[in-house]
Design a protein. Sequence first.
Length: 174
Amino acid sequence: MGDLLRMAWNQMNADPPLGIGAAEPLAYRAAQPEDAAACVWLRGQTRENAVSPERLQSLGITEQSWAEDIRRGELPGHICSSQGRMVGYCFGSRSEGEIVVLALLPTFEGRGIGKELLGRMSRDLAALGHQRLFLGCSADPTSRSYGFYRHLGWRSTGKLDGRGDEILECFPRP
C-alpha cells in the first residue's frame, strides 16, 4: 500500500478500499485495556450486525467499561492487526464460557481471521475449565454468521436469547 493511501486510510479511520490489505501480514495478540476504543469503533464497521458506539452505550457498553472488563480479566480476548491497525477481534466471558463477540472489518473477511480468532478464544475458555461454550447468533439462515459457526461445528440448542438470537454451543476437546 502506498504511503499516501496509507495516510488517507489512517486519517479517515475507515476500511481500506476493497482489495487492499489482502497481502499484508497479520499479527495476533491478547487484547489489552488500551484496545477498547478501537474495539468499540470496529464493532460499528462490520458487514452484518454492526453496532454503533451510541447503541453500545445505550446497552451499558462504553470504552471505559470494556477496558475495565479486560483489565479485571472478565473479558479476555484476542486481536488481529494488519500494519499496526486492528482488523478484527474475539472476546469471551471468563466466568460464563460465552463467546461474547467476534468482529471483523469487511475487507479482511475470507482470510481465515474469524476462524483463527474464534479458535484462540475457544481454546482459552476451554483452558479455564469450560467444557461447554456458547454464543448468540442470528437465526436467519441467510446471514453469514449462521453458516460460519455451524461450519465450524457449533450446534443449535433450540433456544433463543433475550435479543432473539439463537443460542449455539460447542464442546471443545480437552
